[in-house]
Ligand binder design. Structure first.
Ligand SMILES: O=C(O)CCC(=O)C(=O)O
Length: 246
């Protein structure tokens, strides 16, 4: 990753708007597949309303197997090439999420994406592709540049950990307010969070994660097999044993 010292990079007007419009339409179509959106379906992630506590659908993880136009868009060479240039070696797609972040969604507490599973690539980076402009009002992702050099800031026990706010100097936060057509890439060790969506519309963003080819090669399918097993066990620990994946 010799060329990726900044650990957050963004590129304005990278994606043609007509291409993005097709993805946006598909995102709406998939959202309309109501039999998918079920609290037992571990493909779906949920977020409580920041004021009322009402549970709302937030994200499909993964997304590309729900839509071939979205898969084609995500797998285009141009996106992977951008990350390849940062790594200085071939980038492989590892993970793909579509976060809808509906009005009122709470957002995400401070965390690093890296999780200390044996199989989890330390070269993990994530590209954000906004389908809707992200703003202060709708809870743009906020990153804390520089902290990636400190490695994993929580216990490396294979569990997901939120970070205490004291892990970062909050005045160093940079909100990634992106317009349609922009992309941003940030490192898996970079602490980040997002505020509630206080607007009246969705803040839809694709989150595409990659690994360097020398760090495990193509492993998306293996990752999702492991991820589903992990999620199923986590839900079961909380007494929810009727989960499925669809
Ligand atoms: O929705 C956001 O702004 C952040 C999402 C995020 O941090 C995550 O999915 O890990």
């Amino acid at each position: 990753m010799s060329n990726f010292n900044a650990m957050v990079v963004s590129s304005r007007d990278f994606i043609p708007l007509d291409e993005l419009a097709g993805v946006s339409e598909e995102a709406n179509r998939v959202f309309g597949l109501r039999d998918l959106i079920d609290q037992r379906n571990i493909r779906c992630r949920w977020s409580n309303h920041y004021e009322t506590g009402e549970r709302r659908f937030d994200c499909f993880d993964p997304i590309i197997d729900l839509s071939s136009p979205i898969e084609q868009f995500v797998r285009q060479k141009r996106l992977a090439d951008l990350v390849t240039a940062l790594y200085g070696e071939t980038a492989c797609l590892f993970k793909d999420k579509l976060i809808y972040k509906p009005p009122g969604a709470t957002g995400y507490a401070l965390h690093q994406d890296y999780i200390s599973w044996k199989s989890f690539p330390r070269s993990f980076v994530t590209m954000i592709i906004p389908l809707d402009a992200s703003t202060d009002e709708n809870g743009a992702t906020e990153v804390f540049p520089g902290y990636h050099t400190q490695g994993c800031l929580s216990q490396e026990d294979g569990e997901y950990h939120e970070l205490p706010q004291s892990a970062v100097d909050e005045s160093r936060g940079v909100r990634l307010c992106l317009n349609q057509g922009d992309v941003a890439v940030f490192h898996g060790m970079l602490p980040h969070r997002s505020a509630p969506n206080k607007s009246t519309t969705w803040r839809r963003q694709l989150y595409l994660s990659f690994n360097a080819v020398s760090d495990g090669g193509e492993q998306r399918d293996a990752h999702y097999r492991e991820f589903r097993g992990w999620l199923t066990r986590k839900y079961a620990d909380y007494g929810k044993t009727d989960t499925y994946y669809k």
